[in-house]
Write a protein that binds this ligand. Structure first.
Ligand code: GTP
Ligand code: MG
Length: 355
């Protein structure tokens, strides 16, 4: 009787052990599967198209915002940009002979000599900037900024200079999204999107930065190409003879026909749709694409550009998914990323045998 009992106990303990092992095994399998559901995504596009703005949105949506060290850097850049952009606007008025008030001219000269001596944004410099920016001709120059090089968000910060000059000013999320810092080098952010871990890589888009791209190609499962729709009447920062949208179009054509990307899934973000909607009411898309016949119509313009890009990649890139985006709008980016997650990512993971 005693002997039989001990045999039964041994059997039970063995079963318990086997159950435990099975549980551990299952857990390992789940974890391995989760680890495997990692996605490496590369953001490409010409300079100022909005790549880094998407990365900033990932920080806001998935990381709860920006570390303090970043806020300090953004604050510095916002202040130096205020000086730089006032200088650009003032000099454009002089160079194009736009009729600024003689008083503004004097203020402008004082401002230029002041920032030459001390490039800091002092109270005195800020007051001069405010007075200069009040001249309506400066506002008109901002409207005509496609004739020279000025970021679209310059007016946002000029209107906000009083707040920026307060002692306890800290840039908020919108300030950071609007703050323009051209990317040199590479940065990346990793976060969980559903049960997939995304690593999104950001590179600089200006011509001199593009030779670094090749080093990022390895293991990339998804390419996101960003086009700034609104740049169809602007010239390239690096080459004032080249139209920005045509540059983006040429670059997209090269990428889609590149051996490496031939077999990659690709998402195109037609970005800056907010600026495009405003611009297309006044500026004909014909100036960039002479075969465009849709007039000043927002939907026709969007449709035409999308078709142009898709036709260019017709026989090369395997799958191309398109979205119209506004990278500075967090809600819009959240929606678009969800859509990408559902359609594209499942597609990519299925192809890789991970789903
Ligand atoms: N209004 C508007 N502005 C945008 C949008 N996307 C980006 N911007 C602004 O455009 C500017 C350029 O954006 P970035 O994200 O720095 O562009 P980038 O592609 O990273 O540029 P590089 O680093 O030079 O390659 C920033 O000032 C952004 O605030 C958009 O959809 N709408
Ligand atoms: Mg960038």
């Amino acid at each position: 009787m005693g002997f039989g009992n001990s045999k039964k106990k041994k059997k039970q303990s063995l079963q318990k052990e086997q159950k435990k092992n099975k549980k551990i095994q299952n857990q390992i399998e789940i974890e391995t599967k989760e680890q495997e559901k990692e996605l490496k995504i590369l953001l490409l596009g010409t300079g100022e198209s909005g790549k880094s703005t998407f990365i900033k949105q990932m920080m806001i949506i998935h990381k709860g915002g920006f570390p303090n060290s970043d806020l300090v850097e953004y604050k510095k850049t916002i202040k130096t940009n205020l000086i730089l952009h006032t200088k650009i606007l003032f000099e454009a008025c002089i160079n194009f002979n736009w009729e600024i008030k003689s008083q503004t001219k004097e203020l402008g000269k004082e401002f230029l000599s002041l920032v030459e001596q001390s490039p800091e944004l002092t109270k005195k410099t800020a007051n001069l900037i405010k007075d200069i920016w009040e001249d309506p001709i400066l506002k008109k120059a901002y409207e005509k900024r496609n004739k020279f090089q000025l970021p679209d968000t310059a007016n946002y910060f000029l209107d906000k200079i009083d707040t920026i000059m307060e002692n306890d000013y800290q840039p908020n999320d919108t300030d950071i999204l609007f703050c323009r810092i051209p990317t040199t080098g590479v940065s990346q952010v990793t976060f969980d999107q559903g049960d997939t871990s995304w690593t999104v890589i950001d590179v600089g888009g200006q011509r001199s930065e593009r030779r670094k791209w090749i080093h990022q190609f390895e293991d990339v499962q998804l390419l996101i190409y960003i086009v700034a729709l609104s740049e169809y009447n602007q010239k390239l920062f690096e080459d004032l003879d080249v139209n920005r949208l045509r540059e983006s179009f040429g670059l997209f054509s090269k990428i889609s026909n590149n051996d490496f990307f031939e077999h990659k899934n690709c998402v195109v973000f037609f970005n800056k749709v907010d600026l495009f909607e405003e611009k297309i009411k006044k500026e004909d898309l014909k100036q960039c694409f002479p075969d465009y016949k849709g007039g000043f119509d927002f939907e026709a313009g969007k449709k035409f550009i999308k078709r142009k890009f898709l036709d260019e990649a017709e026989n090369s890139t395997r799958n191309i998914f398109c979205h119209f985006t506004c990278a500075t709008d967090t809600k819009n980016v959240e929606r678009v990323i969800d859509a990408v997650n559902i359609t594209v990512i499942e597609h990519v993971l299925k192809e890789d045998g991970l789903l």
